[in-house]
Design a protein around this ligand. Structure first.
Ligand code: ATP
Length: 234
């Protein structure tokens, strides 16, 4: 479904991503793990159209979307849940969800159905549908950011550090939700610094270090390899 080939990305002279290859098959949950600064976020941003890659290609369902801007990438069926909860604080939960849908491929009838799906996935959001996003907890805001991405009706969901800054109980809810989405057939690329969490839910894992993929395989294969440990913990 999503194929990344020899993707490179830089910030000026800083080469953040070097010739990265990734494959995310339809219905699979693939994790990209690695320590701070390994290049995980830059990889996701290069796929999502938030950073222009300096080389390589990105295809979705066989369609080349390399270098497309983020609005076009969303319409091509790729939605990013960015690190740091991109929501509109002055709007209510419901308004945040409806607004997100307009950047996607929804008509009005689908919008309602999608919103119901999001509320079913995150009952907490349903309870707070009229609440201003600004007044919600960090965990609820992260759920809302997640819900906004789902409102675009994505074929591929990109998740950037969904556990970041959340209380352990909220992290559990988040990962249960990711597992439920996966079992309902969603295609997911998950970036996560917490390797244990990522290994527990994924079908396939890529390990990144200094801009490159240094190991990949099934979670059980990857878990005990020394190069993986050194990539994660130095
Ligand atoms: P983290 O989990 O800390 O976000 P990461 O694996 O996602 O780490 P990136 O954020 O992709 O890593 O960063 C990769 C490299 O690019 C790092 O060396 C980082 O310092 C550098 N970098 C990231 N953003 C910028 C930027 N806006 N300008 C310059 N360098 C940057």
């Amino acid at each position: 479904m999503l194929r990344v080939s020899r993707l490179s990305a830089a910030y000026g002279a800083v080469q953040a991503v070097r010739e990265v290859d990734l494959a995310v098959d339809q219905g699979s949950l693939v994790a990209l793990i690695g320590s701070n600064g390994a290049g995980k976020t830059t990889t996701l941003h290069s796929i999502a159209g938030l950073h222009r890659p300096s080389g390589g290609t990105v295809t979705v369902g066989g369609r080349d979307i390399t270098g497309w801007n983020c609005h076009k990438v969303v319409r091509a069926g790729v939605a990013l849940v960015a690190e740091g909860r991109r929501i509109a604080p002055p709007l209510t939960v419901e308004e945040n969800l409806d607004l997100a849908a307009y950047s996607g491929r929804s008509d009005k009838a689908r919008l309602r159905a999608r919103r119901d799906e999001v509320f079913e996935l995150f009952p907490r959001l349903a309870e707070r549908r009229q609440q201003l996003a600004a007044l919600m907890s960090g965990g609820e805001q992260q759920m809302l950011a997640f819900g906004r991405a789902l409102m675009t009706g994505p074929d591929v969901l990109l998740l950037d550090e969904p556990s970041m800054g959340l209380a352990p109980s909220v992290v559990d809810v988040m990962f249960e939700t990711i597992a439920r989405l996966h079992s309902s057939g969603a295609t997911i690329l998950l970036v996560e610094q917490n390797a244990e969490l990522a290994l527990a839910v994924s079908d396939h894992v890529y390990v990144m270090q200094r801009g490159q993929i240094v190991a990949s395989g099934a979670p059980d294969e990857v878990r005990d390899r020394t190069e993986v440990m050194s990539a994660l913990f130095g």
